[in-house]
Every structure is written in C-alpha cells, then in structure tokens.
Design a protein around this ligand. Structure first.
Ligand code: FES
Length: 157
C-alpha cells in the first residue's frame, strides 16, 4: 500500500469515527444495533396477515405475519423508508413475535417501540407510528382472513 493510500485509509477511518460519534449523540445503542442489523427484514410468501401502509412522509411499509395456534410465529417487513423506519419496523416485529396475536394487537404501539429504542429525535418519531400502524393492520388482516378466508385470494400478496 502506498503512502497516499495509507493516508486516505486513515482519513476515511477518522471520518467514520466522527460520523459514529455524531450518531451516538442522537441515537441509543439499541437504535444503532437495529440500524446495523435489522431483524426480520424480508417478505413472506402467502402470509396469514399482511398490510401495506403509506406514512405521512410518503414512505411505504409492508408487514407479513405467520400465525399458528393464535400466536404470531413470524413477523417480517419491507420498506422503502429511511434508517429509522427500518429500525422501528425491526423492533415492532420483535415485539410481535411469540405473542398471542390479540396481545400483539393490544400492546405493540408507537410508544412501546419508542420506549424499547430509548426514544428517537422528534422528527423521526412518526417512523414508530408507521411501524405500529402497519403491524396493527397486518394483525387486523389476519383476523378478517379468519372470518372470510376467501379474501386472501383478492389480496395483493
Ligand atoms: Fe418516513 Fe421514517 S421518514 S417513516
């Protein structure tokens, strides 16, 4: 490696450290963890519950559920949103998995997502609302599939 390349690498490393320092001032370790390793960031084929919601900012989120014996056994998401949107969806899926679907419906809220994350800057709080709303609608979709299974054939996924 040439001296110039070494200098460039050193500069890049310092820059990355400075950026991380700034990020740590704004976000908790939990946020950074979910941002670097989002959980359940994938689609599910033929889910038992599904929702696609557009947030106030124009970002879209989808959630996919697998339910067995009334328990949420899988919950996944996709989004075209920003990093905090991904973080909020990731936490929402973790909060839902393993819960009876009725409990997930009653307990996973934007406030709960923000509590787990140790808060978010004011301008990003709506990302938690989008995640909670998408989950709520996917759970509601599961409920309506139960009473009218034929509806699944007319769903977009
Ligand atoms: Fe749109 Fe996060 S910025 S949901």
């Amino acid at each position: 490696m040439s001296r110039d390349e070494e200098q460039e690498e050193k500069f890049e490393k310092q820059l990355q450290e400075q950026i991380m320092e700034q990020i740590r001032k704004l976000y908790s370790e939990t946020v950074i963890d979910h941002w670097q390793n989002p959980r359940n960031f994938k689609t599910l084929i033929s889910p038992d519950g599904y929702a696609r919601v557009k947030g106030v900012c124009g970002d879209t989120m989808e959630m996919f559920l697998r339910v067995k014996d009334e328990n949420v056994i899988e919950c996944t998401f996709q989004t075209d949103g920003c990093g905090t949107t991904i973080v909020c969806a990731s936490v929402a899926t973790e909060l839902a998995i393993g819960k009876p679907f009725i409990e997930a419906l009653g307990s996973v809220s934007a406030a709960e997502i923000l509590r787990v994350l140790g808060g978010l800057p004011e301008e990003s709080a709506h990302c938690a609302q989008l995640a909670a709303e998408t989950l709520r609608r996917a759970l509601a979709d599961y409920l309506s599939q139960k009473s009218a299974p034929w509806m699944k054939n007319y769903r977009k996924t």
